[in-house]
Design a protein around this ligand. Structure first.
Ligand SMILES: [Ca+2]
Length: 424
């Protein structure tokens, strides 16, 4: 949803909102010299009209918050300086023209500097990490890897006011109901006194602190590890790492198990089986010829999936339950691979040894839509032509690849699109 007004109107809107709040018992705005509703100059009349619904919206939110046990003074202090953010709306509605290839993302998320910084953080917090690992079973390098990928070890935690960001998204974002419940959760955090509203900063989407917890995640998992009476995931490393461990454990981490490993697939491997949704016992993968890179026998039991993110010429990974636990933090295979590989690298394991097909350029959004439309026209069932390449589109690509005698690895390339265009 696009914003119907510009920034100055938004500031005015916030002012009007506070004026509106006074009648419902909220505190007056602290901004000095702000016009009251009656003093609005004529050109702003449209903005004044727009603001009515926001004023009402906020009054309803206040009533709901109070009914959930938020004290009026907590609510009013949180919304004292609230501003709707154009930038947040812009980021919420952004549809990137190009998505990065997985190796481009990994080059950035698991760069050499970050590996070195991670090793240093492992040493620096060794005692704390080993205490948390003893208690939760989540390895220290996994916790530090989340910290590194989420905020570059606290260097980029986001400078948005969480209340401003969530208010904007709850009022006019694409997923208003979701963000409204996150906003109410943020108010419960303020109510608990864990953090002052002016220190409650985060990403444009309201992910907070060193490991970027959404407010509902905070309420379920944040821990006061240093015992000062506050769950401070912004400034206290004991609180940050213990809270992250609790969340990772709640997401299904299995102590003592690995996330998985890079593997070698044999010639003739059934690439249509290389999907995260297809889980098989390790014995079955062994039978299909999946091997560790050193060509030894795949050991262990349990089940796993095979992940091939850049076609049959790129690396393959065998991913286990703990990889899925990582994905519950952020449901992206590239993200989870970054956390897993960063943790591996910090403990001295090698990074990816297979080579990525780096000459392959990412398809633009228009090209991805064209690909989906052409696959659809051929009856390959790629799902909606939305420019997002998911399992349906990969499976349609596989059907097309099989129909022209190529290895059905589901990897959508410029060359494949070209062959599709020649077909129709
Ligand atoms: Ca604390």
């Amino acid at each position: 949803m696009r914003v119907p007004f510009r920034h100055p109107a938004r500031l005015l809107l916030a002012t009007l909102l506070m004026a509106g709040c006074q009648s419902t018992g909220a505190t007056a705005p602290v901004v000095s010299g702000t016009p009251t509703a009656a003093a609005i100059p004529a050109p702003a009349a449209a903005a004044a009209q727009q603001s009515v619904s926001f004023t009402e919206w906020l009054a309803a939110l206040r009533a709901e918050a109070l009914s959930q046990g938020i004290r009026p003074q907590t609510f009013d202090r949180a919304f004292q300086r609230v501003k709707l953010s154009d930038r947040v709306v812009e980021l919420d509605s952004a549809q990137p023209e190009f998505t990065r290839q997985v190796w481009q993302y990994l080059d950035s998320a698991v760069n050499e500097k970050r590996v070195q910084d991670g090793r240093q953080k492992l040493q620096e917090h060794a005692a704390l990490l080993s205490r948390i690992t003893r208690r939760t079973g989540v390895p220290g390098e996994i916790l530090v890897a989340f910290w590194g990928v989420e905020s570059d070890f606290g260097k980029s935690t986001g400078n948005f006011s969480v209340i401003d960001a969530l208010t904007t998204l709850a009022f006019e974002g694409r997923r208003a109901a979701y963000f409204r419940s996150e906003l109410l959760a943020a108010l419960r955090i303020l109510e608990s006194g864990d953090i002052a509203p002016e220190r409650m900063s985060g990403s444009w989407a309201g992910a907070m602190g060193q490991t970027q917890f959404m407010p509902t995640v905070f309420l379920r998992n944040a821990v006061d590890e240093d015992g000062d009476g506050h769950r401070d995931i912004w400034g206290s490393m004991p609180d940050v790492l213990a809270s992250t461990a609790k969340f990772v454990l709640a997401n299904g981490w299995r102590p003592g198990e690995s996330w998985g490993q890079e593997v070698r697939l044999p010639d003739g491997f059934p690439y249509d089986q290389a999907e995260l949704s297809i889980t098989k016992p390790l014995s079955e993968w062994r039978r299909l010829g999946v091997r560790p890179l050193d060509e030894s026998e795949l050991d262990g039991d349990g089940s796993a999936a095979i992940l091939v993110l850049a076609g049959h010429r790129g690396p393959a990974f065998l991913v286990r339950d703990n990889f899925r636990a990582i994905m519950r933090y952020n449901p992206s295979t590239s993200y989870s691979l970054a956390v897993a590989l960063l943790a591996d690298r910090m403990t001295g394991k090698p990074g990816v040894r297979g080579s990525w097909p780096r000459e392959e350029q990412a398809l633009s959004r228009d090209e991805r839509i064209d690909l989906q439309q052409r696959l659809g026209a051929l009856g390959m069932e790629p799902g909606a032509a939305d420019g997002i390449v998911g399992a349906n589109t990969r499976n349609a690509v596989r059907r097309f690849q099989a129909s022209i005698g190529e290895i059905p690895d589901g990897f959508a390339t410029k060359g494949l699109l070209e062959r599709l265009r020649q077909r129709s």
